[in-house]
Design a protein around this ligand. Structure first.
Ligand code: PAF
Length: 282
């Protein structure tokens, strides 16, 4: 496994790989790997000839007062895990390499960037869209892998790929959970033992929502109210949003009539956690 810090060298490697006819896969990350990240890498390793991953804690997707400075960084551990899996290249640029002095250009995905997480984290999707576009341009992969835990992010990236004619296959991968249901996230590291117990209410509330839909409930209001009471019955929880919405445009629905996204974001102590599920109604 090679660690590459410069854009120039990274471009050179994938340029040569393309000439040799190799299929290039890419997993962009902010590091601090858990099983969720590793599942993306494993899938990539199965499917491509050269798997590149990036580790870059992207400053432009963090708002003022958010956790950019304390976001977990575990580069030695990450290198070890990636190398054991069989990743070929880690692209590990510094901030100046990606955003040199006098940087001006940003990518905005209109409309869906202001819903759900975008409403409470203004500028977040602009930062994500910009860095992912830059990383795609640097690595030039054929396929890129993203987790469905960040469902809205996945939809934003699919939009960029389609709208900007990038010709990259975007592969969405299922949420990986701890055995007690907590969705894996680098931010789970912020939780104290007691907060972690409260955090289980997120997946519990989604399971309840799924059961309600399964038993014929169609009212978004009643589902949200039930989810809210499960989460609010736990200490340390502060709900940012619970949404029952269209899975492409993120417009709220009153009644579940077709494929619908149920998504939530909750502050638990210092951790802002997100989770979601899709419900299908025939
Ligand atoms: O999901 C993440 O880890 C980040 O948002 C991403 C896609 C690597 C962009 O910085």
């Amino acid at each position: 496994m090679r660690i590459v810090e410069s854009i120039h060298e990274m471009r050179d490697i994938t340029k040569r790989a393309r000439i040799e006819g190799k299929i290039i896969g890419f997993v962009p990350t902010m590091g601090s790997f858990h099983e969720g990240h590793l599942s993306l890498m494993k899938r990539g390793i199965e499917e491509v000839d050269l798997l590149v991953i990036s580790i870059f804690v992207n400053p432009t997707q963090f708002g003022q007062g958010e956790d950019y400075d304390r976001y977990p960084r575990n580069i030695d551990e990450d290198n070890k895990k990636a190398s054991e899996l069989g990743v070929d290249i880690i692209f590990y640029p510094n901030v100046e390499e990606i955003y040199p002095d006098n940087y001006h250009t940003f990518v905005t995905v209109e409309k869906i960037n202001n819903k759900l997480c975008g409403a409470s984290r203004p500028g977040f999707f602009k930062g994500v869209a910009t860095v992912v576009t830059k990383l795609f341009n640097i690595v030039r992969p054929h396929k890129a892998y993203f987790g469905e835990k960040d469902y809205q992010q996945l939809v934003v990236i699919r939009r960029i790929e389609k709208d900007l004619n990038m010709d990259i296959k975007i592969v969405g991968m299922p949420i990986i959970r701890e055995s007690d249901g907590l969705a894996m996230s680098s931010r789970n590291l912020y939780l104290t033992d007691k907060e972690r117990i409260s955090a289980l209410s997120l997946s519990r509330s989604l399971n309840k929502a799924k059961k309600m839909v399964h038993s014929g409930e169609r009212s978004a209001e009643r589902i949200i109210s039930e989810m809210r009471s499960i989460i609010e019955s736990e200490r340390f929880t502060e709900i940012d949003y619970i949404a029952v919405c269209d899975p492409e445009e993120f417009d709220d629905v009153d009644e579940i009539k077709k494929r619908t996204l149920i998504a939530l974001a909750v502050m638990i102590g210092k951790a802002r956690l997100i989770d979601n599920c899709i419900v299908e109604v025939k």
